[in-house]
Design a protein around this ligand. Structure first.
Ligand SMILES: NC(=O)c1ccc[n+]([C@@H]2O[C@H](COP(=O)([O-])OP(=O)(O)OC[C@H]3O[C@@H](n4cnc5c(N)ncnc54)[C@H](OP(=O)(O)O)[C@@H]3O)[C@@H](O)[C@H]2O)c1
Length: 317
């Protein structure tokens, strides 16, 4: 039996769908039924069930976006740092392995291959980096699981949300047996205010950023595959291989959805931050070599995007 926390949430729903598809018996537990932030209650609960795995898809993201976390720091810290630590301690005490939905938003930028070295560039929007993205994309490398987060309280600036996600990873490190599954900018074929493809369609003006991104269903499937394959515990970047610019995603949307609008772009990040955002955003490229080396299959990003757009289900209200 698998226990799922946060099963009512946007990412939790993808785990519900994938567990049902695999006919895995599972319990989806919400805070209304049990205050799983409390170590004593959680440990009693874990011991009372015959569980062989726990999935933590609970956390605090801030709605409609991470700016909201700046005004709800206690909730953000509780959901993203204290909860993973409590779970790590309780699962270790109950002897149950588990997996945690983390985020790639603890990085900024990419690693760049130059003639004789690899350097970290925090700002992928620098003109020379953008030029390299179109002329020599093979020189843009992603952060690996061994790279220290560089968009965190230990390496500022960062958003409060990202800071608590990085601290959450630290807080559970070395306690019991667990996976840290890093998700990044979820999307799929279902129109939803949390879906990257829906967000892009609704923005008045778009930032042409560069990112690794995760198809929501592919992500949940890959995370469960890691457990089913009994891949070594530890951190995994779980994004669809390769990276993409927002401009390219919009071109794909225009081609496939034939949207009846044109898109305007912010001239640069400075203009965006002055006009439309409160806290810094992470834009980054992640390396998924470790995930793929386990034998887990996940579609390249352009294939997952095209499939989502060709099967697009608009909101019907
Ligand atoms: N959505 C994204 O863009 C994104 C990107 C990268 C990573 N993530 C991570 O994915 C996880 C799930 O995010 P989501 O987008 O699915 O969020 P969501 O739709 O808001 O769902 C989160 C769930 O977490 C539970 N929860 C537990 N403690 C909470 C707290 N203090 N405040 C609010 N909810 C709390 C709630 O479940 P109950 O109340 O029913 O128990 C809620 O349904 C988070 O850890 C987030 O950091 C999300």
């Amino acid at each position: 039996m698998i226990l799922l926390l946060g099963g009512n949430g946007y990412i939790g729903q993808a785990f519900v769908a994938e567990l049902e598809r695999r006919k895995h018996p599972f319990i989806s537990l919400s805070r209304r039924e049990l205050d799983y932030n409390r170590f004593d209650l959680l440990l009693d609960y874990l011991k009372s069930k015959r569980l062989n795995f726990v999935v933590n898809a609970a956390g605090y993201t801030g709605k409609p976006n991470v700016d909201a976390c700046e005004a709800a720091k206690a909730d953000t810290l509780i959901g993203n740092t204290l909860l993973p630590q409590t779970l790590a301690l309780a699962c270790a005490a109950a002897g149950i392995p588990w997996g945690h939905v983390s985020s790639g938003c603890i990085y900024s930028g990419a690693k760049i291959k130059t003639e004789n070295q690899v350097i970290t560039e925090k700002d992928i929007n620098k003109p020379e980096v953008r030029k390299m993205i179109s002329t020599a994309p093979e020189n843009i490398l992603g952060f690996t699981e061994t790279d220290a987060p560089n968009f965190s309280f230990r390496d500022e600036p960062c958003s409060f949300y990202s800071g608590t996600k990085a601290l959450g990873e630290e807080a559970m490190a070395g306690i019991g047996q667990n996976y840290i599954w890093r998700l990044r900018i979820p999307f799929d074929e279902v129109d939803n205010m949390r879906n990257y493809l829906s967000k892009l369609q609704r923005y008045a003006k778009v930032c042409d950023n560069v990112n690794s991104i995760s198809h929501r269903g592919d992500y949940a499937a890959a995370c469960l595959d890691l457990w089913e394959k009994r891949a070594p515990f530890g951190i995994y970047n779980v994004t669809n291989p390769d990276f993409i610019t927002a401009r390219e995603v919009i071109e794909l949307m225009q081609k496939i959805l034939k949207l009846n609008r044109t898109f305007e772009f912010w001239a640069n990040n400075e203009e965006f931050y002055n006009s439309a955002a409160k806290t810094p955003r992470s834009n980054c490229v992640l390396d998924v070599t470790k995930l793929l080396a386990t034998g887990v299959k996940i579609r390249p990003v352009r294939e997952a995007l095209e499939h989502s757009l060709r099967n697009w289900k608009p909101e019907t209200i």
